[in-house]
Design a binder for this molecule. Structure first.
Ligand SMILES: Nc1ncnc2c1ncn2[C@@H]1O[C@H](COP(=O)(O)OP(=O)(O)OP(=O)(O)O)[C@@H](O)[C@H]1O
Ligand SMILES: [Mg+2]
Length: 262
C-alpha cells in the first residue's frame, strides 16, 4: 500500500501554509515528519489522511486519488491520530477504542467476538488493559493519548498517520509507543518533535520549513548540524554511531525568544 503526495498545497487567508509538497510513503516504512511549530506538519497530515482537501495537488492511495474514494474505504486503509484528538466525554475507555472498528462495520456486518479480540489486543498493546471501564473524563492526558493510538490500531489500517503521538507521554511510554509503532507491519508517518526519536525509530525523515519540504532521507543523512541550525535555529552537535545511527546533543542555551532561524 503506497501513499503519495503530489504537489500538495494548502493556503488560507492568502497565506501559503503547505507549499507544493511531493513525497512517497513506501509500504512498511516509518517516516518521521519534523519541523518547527507552524511549519505545516499537521496541515500536511490532514491532507494525507483525506481530512482536508488540498488547494492544489493530490494524494494518491495505491495510485488512486483520495478524492475518488469513499470516506469509509479510505478509513479502512488509513488511520489518523490527530494532534488534538477529541473524544466524547461520556464514553468509557473501551468504547473509545471500539470506535476504531466503525469503518469495518455495516448493516450486514454486526459486531463479532473477533472485534472484541481486536479491541482487547489494541488495549493490551498500549498497556491500557485494566482501563476498559474507566470513563473518558477520568483519564490522564497520557492515558487518553494511548487510547487514541489503540483506537487507530483497532482500525487495522494499512497506513497509520500520527500527529505528535508522544504528546503527554512520559519518556518510558514515549519510547515504548514508538517501538510499538515501529514493530507493526504498517506504513507509518508521524509528526515528531524529538529529533532523537526520529533518529532512533524512523527509516526516513521529512523536514518541513515554512510549509516547504526542505530535506528528506535517512535520519543520519538529513539531521545535520547545519540543517538543524537552519530549520530550528538551534546549535547542536551530532554524534554518528555506526552507519545508520546518530545522536543529537543540544548546546545550551537551546532557545532564546524570539527564536531566529537566520
Ligand atoms: N484553519 C486555519 N486557519 C488559519 N491558519 C491556519 C489554519 N490551520 C493552520 N493554520 C496556520 O498554518 C500554519 C501551519 O499550521 P500547522 O498546524 O500545520 O503546523 P504544525 O507544523 O503542525 O505546528 P505544531 O508543531 O505547532 O503542531 C500555522 O501558522 C497555523 O497557524
Ligand atoms: Mg501540528
Amino acid at each position: 500500500m503506497m501513499l503519495s503526495a503530489r504537489n500538495l498545497s494548502w493556503a488560507t487567508g492568502g497565506i501559503d501554509i503547505v507549499k507544493k509538497i511531493s513525497l512517497d510513503l513506501s509500504a512498511g516504512e516509518f517516516l518521521g515528519i519534523v519541523g518547527p511549530n507552524g511549519s505545516g506538519k499537521t496541515s500536511l497530515m490532514a491532507m494525507l489522511s483525506g481530512l482536508r482537501k488540498p488547494c492544489s495537488g493530490e494524494v494518491l492511495l495505491d495510485g488512486k486519488s483520495l478524492n475518488q474514494l469513499q470516506r469509509r474505504d479510505v478509513a479502512r486503509q488509513i488511520a489518523l491520530v490527530e494532534q488534538q484528538a477529541e473524544t466524547q466525554e461520556r464514553i468509557n475507555a473501551r468504547q473509545a477504542v471500539e470506535l476504531g472498528r466503525i469503518p469495518h462495520k455495516g448493516a450486514l456486518s454486526p459486531w463479532t467476538p473477533q472485534d472484541d479480540e481486536i479491541v482487547d489486543q489494541a488495549l493490551h498493546d498500549v498497556d491500557m488493559e485494566g482501563f476498559g471501564r474507566r470513563m473518558w473524563h477520568t483519564l490522564s492526558g497520557g492515558e487518553r493519548q494511548r487510547l487514541h493510538i489503540a483506537r487507530a490500531l483497532a482500525q487495522q489500517p494499512k497506513i497509520l498517520l500520527l500527529d505528535e503521538p508522544t504528546n503527554h507521554l512520559d519518556i518510558g511510554h514515549q519510547i515504548a509507543l514508538l517501538h510499538l509503532v515501529q514493530q507493526q507491519k504498517l506504513t507509518v508517518a508521524a509528526a515528531l518533535h524529538d529529533l532523537n526519536h526520529a533518529a532512533m525509530f524512523c527509516d526516513r525523515v521529512a523536514v518541513l520549513k515554512e510549509g516547504a519540504l526542505v530535506a528528506m532521507g535517512k535520519p543520519c543523512n538529513v539531521l545535520t548540524t547545519d540543517l538543524i541550525l537552519d530549520v530550528f535555529g538551534v546549535h547542536v552537535d551530532v554524534e554518528r554511531e555506526g552507519e545508520d545511527a546518530c545522536h543529537i546533543r543540544y548546546r545550551a542555551p537551546t532557545m532564546i525568544y524570539p527564536v531566529r532561524t537566520t
